[in-house]
Design a binder for this molecule. Sequence first.
Ligand code: PLP
Length: 388
Amino acid sequence: NFARSKTLERLPEQFFAKLAKKAQQLKAEGHDVINLGQGNPDLPTPPHIVEALQDAAPDPLNHKYSPFRGQSSLKEAVSEFYKREYDVDLDPETEVAVLPGAKTGLVELSQCLLDPGDRVLLPDPGYPDYLSGTALADASPAFMPLLEKNGFLPDFEALSSEDLEAAKLMFLNYPNNPTAGVATSRFFEETVKLAKEHSICVCHDFAYGAIGFDGEKPPSFLQTAGAKEVGVEMYTMSKSYNMAGWRIAFAVGNKSVISSINLIQDHLYVSLFGAVQQAAETALRGSQDAVLELTATYEYRRDVLMESLQNIGWDVEVPKGSFFAWLKVPEPYTSEEFSNLLLEKAHVVVAPGNGFGEYGEGFVRVGLVAPEEQLEAAAERIAELKLF
Ligand code: PLP
């Protein structure tokens, strides 16, 4: 047995890997499990994107290493996508990096910018991988509580001047995982102002950018004046195009940060499979009808789930975006006790809020990643426990 490095020792067991293991165990025991715990989209990639991969896969050029830093035509497609969707100008060669998934990009970004002991501002509750990157870099986290009364946006006024002075990097994510909060343009303006004042690099994770409900289009951070001077945005293909298995995402924005990400990737990946890049290009350039349909599907599921839960007496906050519902746990349970109860007695997997941070305690996260019949069935099984 080889001892793990001190760096790796700092990493906790990955939260979702642990959750997936629990669900699998129950399934292996023969139970009919409804898994709403992970953020794994259940629907397939739109067929025209799969066809683009099939067309590109036989090309021998794609069997070689793809160019370092990704195919130029793909980066141009990203730039055109941002222009079309958000009226944001991006130089394809210096302001776009192609990533093997946003998860990787988020961890890489920490490697790029942080030295041991550097301060990082993180949302709490928040997507656990912001903390993984921080831990690997041996940096020191300072948490920004996301409270319901503030629409799950951090209150910058509440940050200590010490944390603000020491901070090098701040992670934000809207539409938010896990709270389903959505940012306003005004909030992003305040973010840019704060980042400039304190020389903080902002990383806005826009994983659920395409998934806004009730006719609202979630704003991109880069739409804010001055945003490119202070940060980058991560845009993954995983959620809006149901391409989680394909592992492709982009970092866009600040040139110096993009250049650092490119440098680390030159050493780690060379590039992604060319056919995947060509399929992603098709996704970005082609009809966006499938994205609109997907958003409508999640909105419909949201409505079904909300109604079913309200009918059983659960007082729920209606999500505005993302594909999660962030639900208050009934007394007297903790998040973990409640999710274990649902798992063991109802065979419904939800993610305990405390897995996303201290301020996640008292909540569970339910993914809209199953057909509406299953969401209704989950609500019925929960009703039988007579907790409300
Ligand atoms: N960022 C957030 C907020 C997410 O919820 C997820 C996936 O669950 C990711 C990033 C991961 O994106 P990718 O599949 O591109 O690694």
